[in-house]
Design a protein around this ligand. Structure first.
Ligand SMILES: C[S@@+](CC[C@H](N)C(=O)[O-])C[C@H]1O[C@@H](n2cnc3c(N)ncnc32)[C@H](O)[C@@H]1O
Length: 267
C-alpha cells in the first residue's frame, strides 16, 4: 500500500466504524490531527496507527476528541466583536425580538459572549435577544450547558472576558474557575445540529458561524452556507471567521457590510 492508500484506509475506517464524517474535512486537516495522535501513540505510520485504532479500546475516543476541532474562546478576535456590537445595536433599535444563531458554537463561549455583550452594552436591550447555540459535538454541548470554564496555563479566561466593561456581572469567579450566571444563561439555548446533514432553520436576524469552514472540504462549504442563507431572514446578518471566505457561487446571496471583519447581509 502507498502512504496515501494507508491514509485513506484509516480515514474510511474512521468514517464507517467510528462515525466521524472524514470525507467532509480537508485532507491536510485530517493528516495533521492523525499525525498528532500517531506521535502520542508511538505509531510510526498510518498502518501501525490503523492497528492501534482497531485494537485499542481508548484510541477511537481520543481520536474523536482530537478531530472535533473545538478550539474557541470568549470574544475571540475582539475587533470582530466591535463589529458584532454595532450589529446588535442596530437590531436592538429596529426590532422587538431578535433571534441569533451561533452555529458550530463549540463549548458555548461564543453564544455566551453574544448574551454578555447584549447585557453589557448600554445601547442594546438584552431583553429582546434570544441566542441559539448549536454544535455537532455532544461533549462540547454538555460543557456549554454547564457554563463552567477554567483558566489553564495556555487559556486566560479573565483576559478573554476583559472585552466587557465588568465581567463580574456575568460570571461567578472562584480562583481559576468561571461560572456563567443565570442572568446570562436565560438568554441562551443549546441544541445539537449538524450543519452538513441537518436542515435549515428560519427567520434568524443574525447567524454567526466562525472557524468551521477552515476545516471543511470545499465541496461542503457551499451546502453549509446555503443552509445558513436559508435560515436568515432577508437583510439578516452573517458573520464568518476572519480567515474564511464565501464561496464564489454564493457571493450574490450576500452583500458585504464589513469585508475585513467578514460581516455580511443577506440579499
Ligand atoms: C473551531 S470550533 C469554532 C467554535 C466557535 N465558532 C469559534 O469560532 O470560536 C469548530 C466547531 O465546529 C463543530 N463542527 C464540526 N463539524 C460540524 C458540523 N458538521 N455541524 C456543526 N458543527 C460542526 C465542532 O464540533 C467545533 O465545536
Amino acid at each position: 500500500m502507498t502512504e496515501e492508500e494507508s491514509f485513506l484506509r484509516v480515514a474510511t475506517y474512521v468514517e464507517d466504524e467510528i462515525g466521524f464524517a472524514t470525507s467532509h474535512y480537508n485532507d491536510s486537516y485530517l493528516k495533521r490531527r492523525l499525525s498528532s495522535r500517531m506521535r502520542r501513540t508511538g505509531a510510526a505510520d498510518y498502518d501501525e496507527y490503523f492497528d492501534i485504532l482497531r485494537d485499542d479500546t481508548e484510541e477511537p475516543g481520543e481520536l474523536l476528541d482530537a478531530l472535533s476541532i473545538n478550539v474557541t474562546g470568549f470574544f475571540r478576535n475582539p475587533d470582530v466583536w466591535e463589529g458584532i456590537r454595532s450589529v446588535l445595536r442596530d437590531l436592538s433599535a429596529e426590532q422587538d425580538r431578535v433571534h441569533v444563531w451561533s452555529a458550530a458554537c463549540a463549548d458555548g463561549r461564543e453564544p455566551y459572549s453574544l448574551a454578555m455583550l447584549a447585557l453589557d452594552d448600554p445601547r442594546v436591550d438584552a431583553e429582546k435577544f434570544h441566542i441559539y447555540g448549536t454544535d455537532i459535538n455532544d461533549e462540547a454541548l454538555r460543557t456549554a450547558q454547564r457554563g463552567v470554564y477554567r483558566s489553564t496555563r495556555t487559556v486566560d479566561i479573565e483576559d478573554q472576558l476583559g472585552f466587557l466593561s465588568n465581567f463580574h456581572a456575568y460570571v461567578d469567579k472562584h480562583e481559576n474557575q468561571f461560572t456563567v450566571t443565570d442572568r446570562v444563561k436565560r438568554h441562551v439555548t443549546f441544541a445539537k445540529h449538524d450543519l452538513i446533514n441537518d436542515g435549515a432553520k428560519s427567520g434568524f436576524d443574525l447567524v454567526i458561524c466562525r472557524n468551521l469552514f477552515i476545516y471543511i472540504d470545499n465541496e461542503y462549504k457551499r451546502p453549509i452556507l446555503e443552509t445558513i442563507a436559508r435560515s436568515l431572514r432577508p437583510d439578516g446578518y452573517l458573520v464568518i471567521g476572519k480567515a474564511e471566505t464565501i464561496p464564489p457561487q454564493l457571493k450574490s446571496a450576500f452583500s458585504v457590510l464589513d469585508g475585513r471583519l467578514r460581516i455580511y447581509q443577506r440579499e
